[in-house]
Design a protein around this ligand. Structure first.
Ligand code: 1BN
Ligand code: ZN
Length: 386
């Protein structure tokens, strides 16, 4: 009898704790910054400098890296930038190559390392060694620009939210949530994709973070454990993408993104004329999960227990690993739409409703919709409700 009573109390609490995720209002979606001319393939301040050959270990990739570092240090000074180096042999032979991952993090100003969880937005910034002159516009110059845009579009709202929390004394009671942009090096194989010829940067970073521990008594064991969701963008920017939901455990996050797509299309915030939704599997709940996935930078993280949302189209764009994967073959409205969707998703995750645009975005009554969350991503929401 007593067990039945506890089961009842637990199920009531479980129902309550799934709903603390505040969706963005229509007015917030309408004031989201758009990338506009910054995504111009010839002169755009974010995208154009990345649309060039970027082979690991070369002076060219060093210049692209400088573009990212300059962007964060000049435009987003509240972000902490760190570079993680590893020197590895490749099947090309010759001298080992240094791979450099770029990690930009913005945490609440009062947050202590070990007590902050983060949404990680991830893309790779290297380009493939062959064919000679390969640019990789969808793979992954455009995804890198999308992440730069998202960081910039959310920066003021993060400041506004955290300043308001400090002013109200409404901090330190809960686990803190930060935002992390990871630009990874050495995703591509030099010769043929194998376990050792691929994912150079991702493998080194996941290993390093797995073995460096946060201080004793931390909520999160290490920097991997601090990642509540690893959202990886790849091969985005071609027209008519179709991105499946790859993982059951993050399908709830996929659905949140797909719902944003539906809402932003009906609000005419998105510009592309796609023949179908970018994220068509919003109702896959009862569908078939084959358990297959595409190898990419998430693999070394997922193998260590990190939750992954992989935003990569299937089928791949027709230009995949060809000389046609260049700026001219990008579909401008599609590139902008992915940037807007990523920004909106991260804004919801960071609970920025009411802080976007002027910082006084009006709630319009749709903030009561319920969103589901998985066990790990839900941790912070549970406390809000209980
Ligand atoms: C994605 C973009 N990948 C490389 N560039 C990973 C991959 C490589 C996926 C080979 C499938 C096959
Ligand atoms: Zn590739």
């Amino acid at each position: 009898m007593r067990r039945a009573f506890y089961a009842f109390v637990f199920s009531v609490l479980s129902l309550a704790i799934t709903s603390a995720y505040t969706p963005l209002s229509d007015s917030s979606l309408q004031v989201l910054q758009s990338p506009g001319s910054d995504f111009d393939i010839n002169s755009g301040s974010l995208l154009a400098p990345i649309l060039r050959v970027r082979i690991p270990g070369t002076p060219a990739i060093e210049e692209v890296r400088q573009h990212f570092v300059d962007f964060f240090s000049s435009q987003l000074p509240n972000w902490e930038i760190s570079l993680q180096n590893s020197t590895q042999n490749t099947p090309l032979g010759g001298a080992p190559i240094t791979f450099v991952n770029i990690i930009a993090t913005r945490d609440p100003p009062w947050a202590r390392e070990g007590h902050v969880e983060r949404l990680a937005l991830v893309a790779h910034y290297d380009s493939k060694y062959t064919p000679k002159g390969f640019i990789g516009a969808t793979d992954s110059a455009a995804p890198c620009a999308m992440l730069m845009h998202a960081a910039r579009a959310l920066d003021a709202a993060l400041t506004a939210k955290w300043e308001a929390m400090q002013a109200n004394g409404d901090f330190g009671l809960d686990e803190d949530v930060g935002l992390q942009i990871m630009l990874l090096d050495g995703e591509e194989a030099f010769i043929t994709w194998t376990a050792t010829d691929s994912l150079y940067g991702a493998r080194a970073l996941a290993q390093e973070w797995d073995s460096s521990f946060n201080p004793a008594m931390s909520t999160y064991r290490n920097k991997l454990d601090s990642i509540s969701l690893f959202m990886l963008l790849d091969l985005l920017g071609a027209q008519n993408p179709r991105v499946p939901s790859y993982f059951v455990t993050t399908h709830w996050a996929y659905k949140n993104l797909a719902l944003l797509e539906q809402r932003m299309r009906s609000l005419k915030v998105l510009k592309s004329q796609s023949s179908h939704p970018f994220l068509p599997e919003i109702n896959k709940d009862q569908g078939v999960w084959y358990g297959g996935y595409i190898e990419d930078d998430h693999v070394p993280f997922m193998a260590r227990g990190v939750e992954v949302l992989h935003i990569i189209p299937s089928p791949f764009p027709p230009v995949w690993h060809t000389m046609n994967d260049d700026g001219e073959h990008l579909d401008g409205p599609t590139v902008e739409d992915w940037a807007m969707l990523t920004t909106a998703f991260a804004a919801e995750w960071m609970d920025l409703e009411g802080h976007l645009g002027t910082g006084k975005a009006k709630r319009d009554g749709d903030g009561a919709m319920e969103h589901e969350a998985s066990e790990k991503g839900r941790r912070r929401f549970e406390k809000d409700e209980l």
